[in-house]
Design a protein around this ligand. Structure first.
Ligand SMILES: Cc1cc2nc3c(=O)[nH]c(=O)nc-3n(C[C@H](O)[C@H](O)[C@H](O)COP(=O)(O)O)c2cc1C
Length: 130
């Protein structure tokens, strides 16, 4: 789990794919945070991505760093606890310009049933599940 966090954190940008009906949707994301031994991301409930996750919580993340890439297949779980939002906003203070732990919009979700695959052109893929 820590290795996935560190890869995504140092890659800075990852791509989050959701499903809308039979149409895949993908966009850049950056938030990644550990709270209570779980990996969290942050979004806004008003966004299409949030609405897609509410209907189908299965997602895939892809990130690249140097000659390595990481794919993370997971289910996202909405966690509406204020303390998790506070922790996320502390980790990403720049988000406080748009979000607060007490607004109706801020959403944090953790990754569950994770299969993470680290790949490169030079080594066999490494699969981590948590
Ligand atoms: C580098 C980068 C990082 C981003 N990180 C996030 C993020 O962590 N959470 C988020 O909700 N939006 C983030 N965004 C903005 C989303 O990509 C953008 O709002 C997107 O349109 C959301 O997808 P949707 O239109 O399908 O709802 C980021 C954008 C960029 C360029």
């Amino acid at each position: 789990m820590k290795k996935v966090y560190e890869f995504l954190k140092s890659a800075q940008t990852y791509y989050l794919a959701t499903v809308e009906g039979n149409q895949p949707r993908v966009r850049p994301f950056g938030t990644i945070h550990i709270y209570e031994d779980k990996l969290y991301i942050q979004t806004g409930r008003s966004k299409e991505v949030s609405k897609q996750i509410a209907v189908n919580s299965k997602v895939e993340i892809c990130a690249m760093k140097g000659g390595e890439w990481l794919r993370v297949a997971a289910t996202l779980v909405d966690d509406n606890r204020r303390e998790v939002k506070v922790s996320m906003l502390e980790a990403y203070p720049e988000l406080k310009e748009m979000y607060s732990a007490d607004d109706e919009n801020t959403q944090v979700l953790y990754l569950k049933d994770v299969t993470a695959t680290f790949s490169s052109f030079t080594a066999a893929p490494e699969v981590v599940k948590f």
